[in-house]
Ligand binder design. Structure first.
Ligand code: SF4
Ligand code: SF4
Length: 315
């Protein structure tokens, strides 16, 4: 069953789409005491349904890639807010989008407004829940179509199920918006706060498959296409950079290798980290990655080198 998003993103995107000319769009939270007062260059101010912490990088990117050239995020009232702890998270989201935009466009496309300034004026404010009504909708001619268009915001990301549903909703939205917004597939996603990573596995990998079994997101896949071969593959989009896989890999074969490219994030097929042949351990029969002149699996080799290893207290 697929539940609709309740975080206000669809309302915000829908409202932004209906405000018409909006080169400069301003976002304020539901608790902002005076969103109507602000910079004169703003074309439209939208008051969200709740705290701005609900909006991840994908939402800001979505706005910036669908008509808005400059996005102002109002944080000037956050220090007085009773929610209080959200500010660092919202600032991180803004910083993440600025880092992403710094590679291809103007980083100043999104700015956080942290303090009032002289010369502010009164502007009208749209409520995200109550977007402006177009004449078409007023007369009800295309009401069904417009509702359908509104609910299509992030539709790809929201409707994914089963095999294609990878990672939490914010990740799916991010992939959806990056995939449609940028044609530069070789762009490296250099930005903090995205929980993205590129993993590599070196030749110390013994093909035990532990990393794939423990990965909570199914980002690592260990398969044995034939009895004598194995493949360890990685789904960049599903990995949340939790580090669990590397911590359980006894030979320390898994390592982080910077940030992925957009092409890697959007890849439909898992990326092969290691593939090779398997051989059977001379002693216990377990199958492991075949290495020249090695006839014992890593556990039997360890026990041979130190027969009391399993009785020792771990260091
Ligand atoms: S990377 Fe490490 S945990 Fe994963 S299969 Fe290879 S040896 Fe095992
Ligand atoms: S870092 Fe976490 S999510 Fe990513 S592959 Fe490793 S265990 Fe899976």
């Amino acid at each position: 069953m697929c539940f609709p998003a309740m975080d206000g993103v669809a309302d915000l995107v829908n409202c932004a789409g209906k405000t018409g000319a909006r080169d400069v769009l301003e976002l304020a939270c539901a608790l902002h005491p005076a969103p109507q007062l602000g910079p004169v260059e703003t074309n439209a101010v939208i008051r969200a349904n709740g705290c701005l912490v609900a909006f991840g990088a994908s939402t800001l990117l979505r706005l910036l890639t669908s008509g808005t050239t400059r996005l102002i995020v109002r944080l000037d009232a956050c220090s007085e807010c009773r929610i209080g702890k959200a500010l660092p998270h919202i600032e991180q989201t803004v910083a993440t989008v600025r880092e992403l935009f710094a590679q291809s466009e103007n980083a100043n496309s999104v700015v956080a407004l942290t303090a009032p300034a002289n010369g502010w004026q009164v502007r009208s404010v749209y409520e995200a829940k109550n977007p402006p009504v177009s004449r078409r909708e007023m007369f009800g001619v295309f009401s069904l179509e417009s509702k359908r268009l509104a609910s299509r915001a992030f539709a790809n990301a929201e409707s994914q199920t089963g095999e294609t549903k990878r990672g939490p909703r914010e990740r799916r939205r991010l992939i959806s918006v990056l995939g449609s917004a940028s044609s530069n597939r070789s762009m490296q996603l250099q930005a903090q706060g995205l929980a993205l990573v590129r993993l590599i596995a070196d030749d110390k990998c013994t093909a035990c498959g532990t990393c794939a079994r423990i990965c909570p997101n199914g980002a690592l896949q260990f398969t044995t296409p034939t009895r004598d071969s194995y493949r360890l593959a990685f789904v960049t989009a599903a990995c949340m950079d939790c580090g669990v896989c590397a911590s359980v890999c006894k030979p320390h074969a898994l390592q982080r290798d910077g940030m992925p490219t957009l092409a890697e994030l959007l890849a439909q097929e898992p990326i092969t980290l290691r593939a090779g042949s398997l051989c059977a351990c001379d002693k216990c029969g377990a199958r492991f990655a075949s290495v020249a002149e090695t006839r014992l699996c890593p556990i039997c080799a360890l026990r041979k080198a130190d027969p009391f290893v399993s009785r020792r207290t771990p260091a």
